[in-house]
Design a protein around this ligand. Structure first.
Ligand code: BG6
Length: 488
């Protein structure tokens, strides 16, 4: 991982510049980088999109999105340029070429694809056709690409083919914003910089692992997009697989991009690819109906704008995965994610096995839960260990208590937004936290059969009330092996 944190001069070209992601995430992240001194006045922004705007209007858009107070970012904004055009048309790329030609030297370029996914391959192809995808001197050219990266193994393979036709793999930075989250990166520190966890991080001591990515929000204004996506593609294929691979992988020899990503890919290769029978037994899918969250009424998914009244898109998935390797053989790995759940919480929990022989009588231990290590990824980032202690008094009663570490109590500096961290890494050319092509393909190998099983109704669509933790079938999935979701 790079120590240097000042980016060289870069021309940052955003495709999809008038869109939601640009205003909500990319521009504020760039402003944060300017405020923290990671990018200087020599940074250029060029917006490209179909919406008709001129440079001044784009500059206004940047100001509105960022409410910029940073003098450096003000200066960058004042020079920002905008190209109106179709992503497939030659004139768009000619205009871009003209802007580059007006610079005194070949610029370092970072393209950011924030368009609709159907355009990713097209834009890459046009950049190649116009000689804009490969550096001609000592400058660099990089491509940052947003999810969704394909819709299946086949389409991701096709997309990789289109990108590789224009760019080398080491120019491509596939972003997964979960990798920019502080406590996801902390998994590396927790596991590989502490001797106390290493000996117990395996099948001998871990009984089961649970990863919950719960959102209380619904699909908001993204109903139309979400309809063709669903929770499996939206969260499991990417964010869940990323967190799992850092949790379960073997120790890398070094903390560099290749060593870490090699181990992640190796781990993904060990995740069992389920057949239809196994999928039917190990996967639950659900869709939210109306309910109440935080005392506010929430409408059913089928009544959200842009959603079909007979939609079968899943807004919830729970599953039990197996990892077929020496470390994890036989340890159930439970994951669940959903929208309109009881609260927003992303948590990883390692539940440990009970002691081999309980010497204390049952009356003394009925308040004793299994030992658990919990990593709170958001909100309230931190780590907790839950274990049993003696309750004060003559009787030898036992009770489970919690030992907590909270980022905000320990460190003055608040975690930066994930996009800010990741965009800086892309500008610095550090690919460690980005998803390599073989990683994305292996994740699709695991997910595509499940997608197909959903399509053929092998896993029935259940419903759950907004404001709960999903359908009862999700609890039943764990109950089959006498487990319980720890977060309820
Ligand atoms: C995005 C999904 O990738 O992640 C959204 O497309 C989801 O549907 C979001 O809401 C969740 O991100 P976070 O950082 O709020 O957990």
């Amino acid at each position: 991982m790079t120590q240097n944190s000042t980016a060289p001069p870069v021309t940052f070209v955003i495709f999809g510049a008038s869109g939601d992601l640009t205003s909500r995430k990319i521009l504020p992240a760039l402003m944060g980088l300017a405020e923290d001194g990671h990018i200087g006045k020599d940074f250029n922004i060029i917006g490209v999109a179909r919406t008709e705007l001129n440079d001044k209007q784009f500059q206004q858009l940047i100001k509105k999105a960022t409410g910029t107070k940073s003098p450096t970012f003000n200066e960058i904004t004042g020079r920002a340029k905008y190209v109106t055009g179709e992503y497939t048309s030659d004139s768009t790329f000619n205009k871009l070429k003209e802007i580059f030609a007006s610079y005194k030297q070949e610029p370092n370029v970072c393209y950011y694809l924030a368009t609709i996914p159907e355009m990713f391959g097209e834009v890459a192809l046009q950049l190649k056709n116009f000689g804009l995808s490969k550096p001609t001197g000592s400058n660099f050219i990089r491509l940052v690409i947003e999810k969704p990266f394909g819709r299946s193994f086949e389409s991701a393979e096709k997309l990789n083919g289109s990108l590789h036709n224009a760019f080398d793999e080491n120019q491509i930075f596939r972003i997964d914003h979960y990798m920019g989250k502080e406590n996801v990166q902390n998994l590396l520190a927790l596991r590989f910089a502490n001797a106390i966890f290493e000996p117990i991080w395996n099948r001998r001591y871990v009984d089961n692992i649970q990863l919950t990515v719960a959102e209380s929000l619904g699909v908001e204004h993204r109903g139309g997009f979400y309809e063709s996506e669903g929770a499996l593609r939206d969260i499991v294929q990417n964010h869940v697989m990323q967190v799992l691979s850092l949790t379960l992988m073997e120790p890398p020899a070094f903390m560099d991009a290749d060593s870490i990503r090699n181990e992640k890919v190796k781990l993904l290769h060990s995740v069992e690819v389920m057949n239809r029978t196994e999928i039917a037994q190990n996967v639950v899918r659900g869709q939210y109906i109306a309910g109440i969250i935080d005392k506010t009424k929430a409408v059913a998914y089928r009544n959200e704008p842009g959603v079909s009244k007979s939609s079968t898109t899943e807004t919830f998935v729970a599953m039990r995965l197996s990892v077929d390797n020496w470390r994890w053989a036989g340890v159930p790995i439970y994951v669940r994610t959903g929208k309109r759940l009881k609260c927003r919480a992303t948590e990883l929990a390692l539940q440990f096995k009970r002691v081999p022989h309980m010497s204390f009588s049952q009356e003394l231990t009925h308040d004793l839960e299994p030992d658990i290590l919990i990593l709170r990824i958001q909100p309230d980032e931190g780590v907790s260990v839950r274990f049993g202690v003696k309750v004060p008094g003559r009787e030898f009663k036992l009770k489970t208590v919690s030992m907590d570490f909270n980022y905000k109590d320990e460190f003055k500096e608040q975690p930066k937004d994930a996009y800010q961290r990741l965009i800086l890494d892309a500008l610095l050319g550090d690919p460690t936290l980005f998803i390599r092509s073989d990683e994305v393909m292996q994740a699709w190998k695991i997910i595509t059969p499940i997608e197909n099983a959903f399509k053929h109704n092998i896993v029935p669509l259940t419903s759950y009330k907004s404001g709960t933790f999903g359908p009862v079938e999700s609890d039943k999935l764990l109950a089959q092996l006498r487990h319980k979701w720890h977060l309820t």
